[in-house]
Ligand binder design. Structure first.
Ligand SMILES: [Zn+2]
Length: 172
């Protein structure tokens, strides 16, 4: 799913862990649950609009991605203090796969195109495995534009949940 969705889930996880658990378990379980949440929510992402490839000719795709990147950035700014720890671990799967491993692989393949270095180091195959085992029954809607509505509803539900848990009161 999109970064903002992972961030909001992370905020809820950190609030719950820090309300229900004592040190150091609050920290430990925030990290563990945040990490797992990425895998679960990415596995669920088949019900939302998630084209595997960039669609630069499609205006809808472009507008949606500008919007979702903007609100994702906003969510990082708003929740960074005090939720950075949970947000970091809820995105570490993407930070590693897309922003670390892939660029390194690209560089290596420029020199040796047949290089298989790093192929086994990706986290996202775990997502595919979880999806096949647990969520195989979900309708696949990754090319359906209406799928953005599902992601927007999930985002709104989590914003409400954060409000309900008092998560905004730390911020101001
Ligand atoms: Zn991901």
């Amino acid at each position: 799913m999109e970064t903002i969705t992972h961030n909001l889930v992370a905020v809820v996880i950190q609030i719950l862990c820090f309300t229900l658990l004592i040190f150091p378990w609050n920290l430990i379980f925030t990290i563990i649950f945040a990490f797992i949440s990425h895998i679960i929510f990415d596995a669920l992402a088949v019900i939302t609009y998630h084209t595997p490839e960039v669609q630069k000719e499609d205006k809808f795709w472009i507008v949606w991605h500008y919007f979702i990147y903007a609100v994702s950035l906003l969510s990082i700014v708003i929740f960074f203090i005090p939720y950075w720890l949970s947000m970091f671990f809820a995105n570490v799967v993407d930070i590693w796969d897309w922003f670390t491993l892939r660029p390194i692989q690209k560089k290596k393949r420029k020199r040796t195109p047949e290089s298989k270095w790093g192929d086994k180091l990706y986290f996202h195959p775990i997502v595919d495995w979880v999806r096949e085992k647990l969520f195989f029954w979900l309708p696949k809607r990754i090319y359906k534009k209406s799928g953005i509505l599902i992601e927007i509803v999930i985002i709104l539900v989590f914003i409400l949940l954060i409000g309900f848990l008092g998560g905004f009161t730390y911020l101001f």
